[in-house]
Design a protein around this ligand. Structure first.
Ligand code: NI
Length: 171
């Protein structure tokens, strides 16, 4: 397992529509292990492949925050087949530096995906877990949580980021 550098906004790979996973081989398993290692190291509760620069419809999720038992969920080619209700809560993203904001999401979702071996996977998610799944699936479509905000908030964030990037250069 190797921790990979996390790609951050505005790098273009985050904006691509990720390609479908078609080969469920050892290479994919290695990639999944790298993604999990990177997620736990960050630490985060989810990570999508584009966040380490790989444009594939693949995400790992672990909302348990349990450090002894690391059981993460792998979703390949996931889709939300139905969404219900509404929840608003603060979200951040490992690829969006130094920012968090309230985002509206479905309260409950029905998901279909494939697991690490390509077997079909169907489940329902609610609350925080559903929020994380929706956030990670957005990444696979080139969407970031800041896209759900008002254009004013987004503009303010872009200004803030400009400053951060300038400060980086000066270091
Ligand atoms: Ni994210």
């Amino acid at each position: 397992m190797a921790i990979q550098p996390i790609v951050t906004f505005p790098q273009p790979v985050l904006r691509d529509k990720a390609k479908k996973v078609t080969k469920f081989d050892d290479e994919l398993k290695n990639l999944i292990n790298d993604m999990a290692a990177t997620m736990y190291d960050a630490p985060g509760v989810g990570l999508a492949a584009p966040q380490i620069g790989v444009s594939l419809q693949l995400t790992v999720i672990d909302t348990s925050r349990n450090k002894e038992e690391r059981n993460f969920l792998v979703l390949a080619n996931p889709i939300i087949v139905k969404g219900e209700g509404e929840q608003v809560d603060e979200e951040g993203c490992l690829s969006v530096r130094e920012y968090a904001a309230n985002v509206k999401r479905y309260e409950k979702i029905w998901v279909e995906a494939q697991d690490i071996n390509g077997e079909p996977l169907k489940f329902e998610a609610e609350g925080f877990f559903a929020r994380v799944v929706q956030h990670e699936l957005d990444h696979l479509n080139g969407t970031l949580f800041i896209d759900h905000l008002s254009s004013l908030k987004r503009t303010l964030y872009k200004k803030k980021l400009k400053k951060i990037l300038l400060e980086d250069e000066q270091e």
